[in-house]
Design a protein around this ligand. Structure first.
Ligand code: GLU
Length: 488
């Protein structure tokens, strides 16, 4: 393939939508599988929508995911600057060129006039097309207006007859009636380009070969093609992606309160799992393998795996995948990723004990789906919660309050005199021995012990694993509390 160049062109809104990240990922992967170049371009010409610090969400997301750009802000290549507001002066020249070649015109209509044209249907989603009032102004009129400093915009002069056909890699050939195409604004009265104009000029100047974006831009694409044709520029390959849905009817969106990429990370999803899952929302690898690291995707990604049916963002599937990723991590990597969550659950002091932390991480790793589950599950290590004595009663374990009290008293004596190795396996063996001696079942000692140590009906780890982590003194203290609660 020719020298492939792709770009991710976010408008900084302070929020990296899942759909944006998917676009970004695909652009990146198309560049990587073709040994091409991936460009980051910030589209910030819409100053009204400008949000301070909004670019951070883009940079943070890219840094976290490992999606590295080859050219972009802070990584200048031959086609910079890569922030559109820093390119503000170059678009006018191109717009004026189009006026000169008869593909665009000056429009001096006031806001009031334009507003009066709108029938209020915009509320209903009907698009408003300009009535082309200024399309045929005389040369003298235009010059007089320009001389007098009358504010103007530059509009694209669309053909009114015939049709325009364009090709999209995902959607195939699409034909539209030219008369439906709006004489859209290219250059605004503040001299800045509209998105519609700037993206064409920049994609050309930056030698972009593949344009990936959401299918909400499909209807504008014939207008872009008219611009490419007017300039005599080569049209890039278009890859419009179907929306990501939250269910059969609604798109995933910030407005609906759906999580952004960084929200998911904050909720304890692993970056690798999110990225893997997002890669599969609209792309199919062809085989049955679903697990791909970014490095694997860089080799496996194919354009013909792209699908035009909307993908449903299934949080349950993401959770499952996240759990699988957690299971596949080395204990060391898991400890590293889970540390903030472990610390939140245990408190700074307990979490400072590396040995304790490692043991608890080992207990929770096989059972964790998302990292944010961790703190609540392990908080009992730091603080024994208030609990009800019914927790001691367990049919299958053959325990009730009465025999639990007997068990805890036996265990108290045993632990007070215990001089052996304080490790789960040794303790387990000893307790089973004790059960034999006093003619109780193992479970009749282990269940009350686990309950007294955790104050919970479920806990990561069994009785002696908890005892090992809590240490002899704390184990004895918690057994005494249990005895007390059972009225002993
Ligand atoms: N700035 C546009 C957006 O954020 C980019 C669309 C495109 O990729 O052309 O939606």
């Amino acid at each position: 393939m020719e020298n492939v160049r792709t770009r991710f062109a976010p408008s900084p809104t302070g929020y990296m939508h899942i759909g944006n990240l998917r676009t970004c990922l695909y652009e990146y992967l198309i560049a990587r599988v073709n040994d091409g170049t991936f460009v980051l371009r910030i589209e910030d010409t819409d100053q009204e929508r400008y949000v301070e610090g909004a670019m951070d969400a883009v940079f943070n997301t890219l840094a976290l995911t490992g999606i590295g750009f080859d050219e972009g802000p802070g990584k200048e290549g031959a086609y910079g600057p890569y922030i559109q507001s820093q390119r503000r002066n170059l678009y006018k020249e191109y717009a004026v060129k189009l006026v000169e070649s008869g593909h665009a015109y000056y429009c001096f209509c006031t806001k009031e006039r334009l507003d009066s044209l709108k029938t209020g249907d915009s509320q209903l989603g009907t698009s408003f097309n300009y009535d082309r009032h200024c399309r045929n102004l005389s040369k003298e009129e235009i010059e007089a207006n320009l001389k007098a400093g009358v504010p103007y915009v530059i509009r694209q002069k669309m053909p009114v007859d015939g049709t325009t056909t364009f090709s999209d890699l995902v959607y195939g050939d699409i034909t539209v009636e030219n008369k439906t195409l709006d004489d859209q604004v290219l250059l605004k009265s503040d001299g800045l380009p509209t998105y519609n104009f700037a993206n064409v000029v920049d994609d050309h100047l930056m030698k972009i070969t593949h344009v990936v974006r959401g299918n909400e831009y499909l209807s504008s694409t014939p207008k872009y093609n008219k611009l490419y044709e007017a300039f005599g520029w080569e049209i890039p390959t278009y890859i419009h992606l179907p929306p990501i849905m939250k269910d059969a009817h609604q798109k995933l969106s910030k407005r609906n309160g759906d999580a952004s990429f960084l929200d998911l990370v904050d909720k304890g999803y692993l970056v690798e799992a999110i990225l893997n899952y997002i890669a599969l929302l609209g792309w199919s690898p062809g085989g049955s393998e679903e697990f791909f690291t970014l490095a694997e995707l860089e080799k496996a990604f194919t354009l013909d795996g792209l699908s035009k049916s909307p993908a449903i963002f299934d949080i349950e599937k993401l959770k499952w995948m996240n759990g699988e990723y957690i299971r596949r991590m080395s204990p060391k990597a898991f400890l590293e990723a889970a540390k903030p969550w472990l610390t939140e659950g245990l408190g700074e002091e307990l979490a400072a004990d590396e040995a304790v932390l490692t043991k608890i991480a080992g207990l929770v790793q096989p059972r964790t789906v998302i990292l944010s589950d961790i703190p609540e599950r392990i908080s009992f290590f730091g603080n024994l919660p208030d609990y009800d004595t019914v927790l001691f009663c367990h049919k299958k374990m053959k325990t009730d309050e009465e025999n639990s009290l007997v068990a805890l008293k036996e265990l108290l004596r045993f632990f007070q005199n215990y001089k052996g190795v304080w490790a789960s396996n040794d303790l387990y063996g000893e307790i089973c021995g004790l059960a034999g001696t006093i003619e109780m079942k193992n479970s009749q000692l282990l269940w009350p012990l686990r309950t007294a140590l955790s104050g919970r009906d479920v806990s990561p780890g069994g009785a002696t694993e908890l005892a090992e982590i809590l240490g002899q003194t704390e184990t004895i203290r918690r057994i005494e509390i249990g005895i007390d609660m059972l009225g002993g």
